[in-house]
Ligand binder design. Structure first.
Ligand code: PLP
Length: 368
């Protein structure tokens, strides 16, 4: 550490130079995060110094978190559901599987999930000592329920499925999986970190939420399609009491127990999350999602016109394609099967899609 501090001008000159090295969102086609909505930034700044880890000191911020939870309870068709704000999908998945393990104690617990599950599940299973049983995908990259059924045994404490997979943007067959989970009395977590703020706003969404008996918990990330500031995730549980299975004593705080994974938790991005939902309302969210889906369709149509075919037809705004040459200035990603992957987030406008298609056409059509 420096012995003598530096001046503010010098400091911010240095920080700005670092920040300028970052890639601008305009060119990022690979991320599930996006530029925060202006109301999220305003709310974030207002709640900058708050700590949800000690709610008695910040009762107003705690109320904001509770309201956010009730918004998701309504959105996910179960007004009695509970939950809390996490740092994102990773923490939500860890906590959901922690609950599953608590509810079904066994010597060699296992969790069954699709091979397409987010890598956070691997972290969760590693931390929690859970055997991870992966169900291979069907040809549309969804979880195969017949294979799942054959993997369940007495040590299965949880099943996890994904509503809006990270790599292919598809929704696993949640009703069929939920039916199996219910039949065997197994905790069933739906990872809707991405899809949770897309699917409720689609005209013909595949079912994924608490309206399906057998869905025990859902994760959703406002810092993805919710356009909040980072970090903002939410873990929702059908039965709020299951959260208390994770309680530990917190002797020196204003509350005597807590079930969260993180101790200190910023209220800033939580306020940001609520701000966006309340500012846009259902109509506003529908407009955002519809724009992203239109851009996804246009992108798929445009790529296929160049002979670059889709890998699957997505349920949400993630498009995947057969390998092709990508113009240098754009940032796309590759799936584990080497498909090109593009996420049409709110910052990816129609102009960006058209400019990308033009570059792709030049590179791939003239090259062939
Ligand atoms: N679950 C899904 C489906 C995701 O797509 C992601 C991230 O993209 C995560 C979990 C992890 O979320 P985070 O990076 O916010 O922890």
């Amino acid at each position: 550490m420096r012995k003598q501090g530096i001046g503010e001008d010098e400091l911010f000159c240095f920080l700005e130079a670092k920040r300028n090295k970052d890639i601008r969102y305009d060119l990022i086609l690979s991320s599930m995060c996006t530029r925060p909505h202006p109301v999220a930034i305003r709310a974030h700044n207002l709640f900058m110094e708050t700590n949800l880890g000690d709610p008695g000191l910040f009762p107003g911020t705690h109320e904001v978190e509770q309201i956010l939870v009730t918004r998701f309870a309504e959105l996910f068709s179960c007004p009695e559901a509970g939950g809390y704000a996490t740092s994102g999908g990773t923490e939500s998945n860890i906590q959901a599987l922690r609950i599953a393990r608590q509810i079904h104690p066994t010597k060699r617990p296992n969790v069954i999930l699709p091979a397409s599950a987010h890598f956070s599940c691997q972290k969760a299973c590693d931390m929690l000592g859970l055997q991870m049983r992966c169900v291979p995908p069907d040809k549309e990259m969804r979880m195969d329920t017949d294979v799942l059924a054959g993997m369940i045994d007495a040590d299965t404490c949880g099943i996890l499925a994904v509503a809006g997979t990270t790599e292919y943007g598809v929704v696993d067959p949640i009703p069929a999986i939920a039916a199996l989970a219910q039949e065997h009395g197994i905790f069933f977590h739906v990872d809707a970190a991405f899809g949770g703020l897309v699917l409720p706003f689609l005209p013909d969404s595949p079912a994924f939420d608490f309206s399906i008996p057998g869905v025990s918990s859902i994760s959703v990330d406002p810092h993805k399609m919710g356009m909040s500031t980072i970090p903002a995730g939410v873990l929702m549980v059908r039965d709020p009491l299951v959260l208390h299975r994770l309680n530990v004593d917190t002797p020196y705080l204003t509350v005597k127990k807590e079930f969260t994974l993180a101790g200190t938790r910023s209220g800033a991005s939580v306020a940001g999350a609520l701000a966006v939902l309340d500012y846009l309302g259902r109509n506003g969210m529908e407009a955002v999602v519809s724009g992203c889906m239109e851009n996804t369709k246009r992108l798929i149509g445009g790529m296929e016109a160049f002979g670059i075919h889709r890998a699957v037809t997505p349920d949400v705004n993630v498009a995947t394609f057969m390998p092709c040459r990508i113009p240098d200035r754009w940032v796309v990603s590759a799936t584990r099967n080497n498909h090109i992957r593009i996420v049409c987030m709110p910052h990816v406008t129609r102009d960006h899609v058209e400019a990308f298609l033009e570059d792709i056409g030049e590179l791939n059509v003239t090259a062939t």
